[in-house]
Design a protein around this ligand. Sequence first.
Ligand code: GLU
Length: 291
Amino acid sequence: MPTKPTPSDEFITRFAPSPTGLLHMGHAYSALAAFNQAKARGGRFLLRIEDIDQGRCRPEFVEAIFEDLAWLGLTWEEPVRRQSEHFEDYAAALQALKDMGVAYPCFCTRKDIQKEIQRAPSAPHGAEGPIYPGTCRTIDRTDAVARIAAGQPHAWRLNLGAALSITGANLSWQDQIRGTIVAAPELLGDVVLARKDTPTSYHLSVVWDDALQGVTHIIRGEDLFDATHIHVVLQKLLDLPTPQYCHHKLLAGSDGKRFAKRDKALTLAWLRESGTVAETLIASLQEQTRR
Ligand code: GLU
């Protein structure tokens, strides 16, 4: 009789697209990679809709995700978690970080940040360009409370220095492709935990949901590799487990550029509607991963 997997050898992975556009071949590759690993290891495959950005996400893109993935032959567990239905979870996580003293309100506009960076050209650059120069980190608490009470728009940022003094600097994760990675969260700095227009951020909600859903293996593109430097810090702060990661390479088109949601002809919806057979696409994706 097969033994019931213990939590440590259970394999749970997920595909977590944001419905801000139609899925393309790169998404198909990523979803298949996760699905195939789950099947090969007798594990579970989840689908999560990351629709926190209510201004950019659209219901028709959610529908297209379901249709595209079904067309590719994927099956997933129901119910599908939709992040927009769980803002109170992320608010609780944010509150926990505020209570620890590792989150601060940031009143800067994009322009303020740009100006500040131009003023100090030696401002540190990280994985995603110049990192936030920390302008609001030192605002007096009473002043910040007054500005919030007066209705001044604000985001919430991680105070990375304060966070690392709690977690310690020796954080790492296991990456299926690159081995043990020592976290370098200073590459991202004081990231946004909750945006002005959305009461959470990608970093906070992805970390929260992966833990809540018991995800043991995160299989995603290497464009998200650097985000993991911050995710392990948030996991440690919130006392959540760090899953194993696999940051796979990104597929490139014939021009060598990676696929983007704006390349209409390469969307799965377009391929599906133009009569492409899913098996042909899957074979071509497998071929490309061998190159
Ligand atoms: N929602 C993210 C995206 O569409 C992916 C999240 C993840 O896999 O961690 O880029």
